[in-house]
Design a protein. Structure first.
Ligand code: SF4
Length: 189
């Protein structure tokens, strides 16, 4: 699934909500008109394979590498499609674009997905899309004029944020990564 947004002033909030040195779409391509973000959902079997034990499954690890290549292929396909119509596009890496010291990214696919209306943040800081949270995000900027095409227009998809009791992510995380601190940060962030 895929959402697009006009590369306008809404993205100037990125340094505030993602990281101080987060890039703007125009930093990647000065003449860009649209931000494109897409989501590749994992199968329930792959996600459920992490339920047992404290570590992610081997299949989960393998899927990271495989989907890195898939994200690159999809991005290249979109770039090639727009190029046929004379539009330039700039791709971004699927991952490894973050600073290990601060764990912040100069190009956060999740925050771009939020701004494009591909999903909403959950209490666990994961991006909830209409196809769930388990999956991978990719993004690019392009000169092609596509306008706003959000998939999500409601304020929240997270049950807890929408005012219903949930917090299952906090209870179920085997290493307690989702803590009250994370949740406070997520709500404020
Ligand atoms: S609180 Fe519930 S709906 Fe929200 S992210 Fe956690 S598990 Fe998902």
């Amino acid at each position: 699934m895929l959402a697009t947004a006009k590369a306008d002033e809404r993205f100037s909030i990125l340094p505030e909500i993602a990281a101080k040195n987060h890039m703007l779409p125009t930093d990647l391509l000065g003449s860009c008109r649209t931000v494109v973000v897409f989501f590749i959902p994992f199968t329930p079997e792959l996600a459920n394979g992490n339920i047992e034990g404290k570590f992610a499954s081997d299949e989960w690890g393998q899927s990271l590498v495989l989907t890195n290549n898939l994200i690159q292929d999809i991005s290249e396909f979109i770039r090639g499609y727009f190029a046929e119509y004379g539009y330039r596009s700039v791709l971004t890496p699927a991952t490894y674009n973050f600073f290990p010291e601060s764990l912040t990214a100069r190009w956060s696919h999740k925050h771009l997905a939020y701004l494009c209306g591909l999903g909403r943040f959950g209490m666990n800081a994961q991006m909830i899309t209409p196809a769930g949270s388990a999956g991978r995000l990719g993004s690019l900027v392009t000169q092609a004029v596509l306008g706003d095409n959000p998939l999500v227009t409601v304020n929240e998809l997270c049950l807890n944020k929408a005012g219903k009791d949930c917090l299952k992510c906090m209870d179920k995380c085997p290493v307690k990564a989702v803590t009250q601190f994370t949740i406070c940060y997520t709500v404020k962030g």
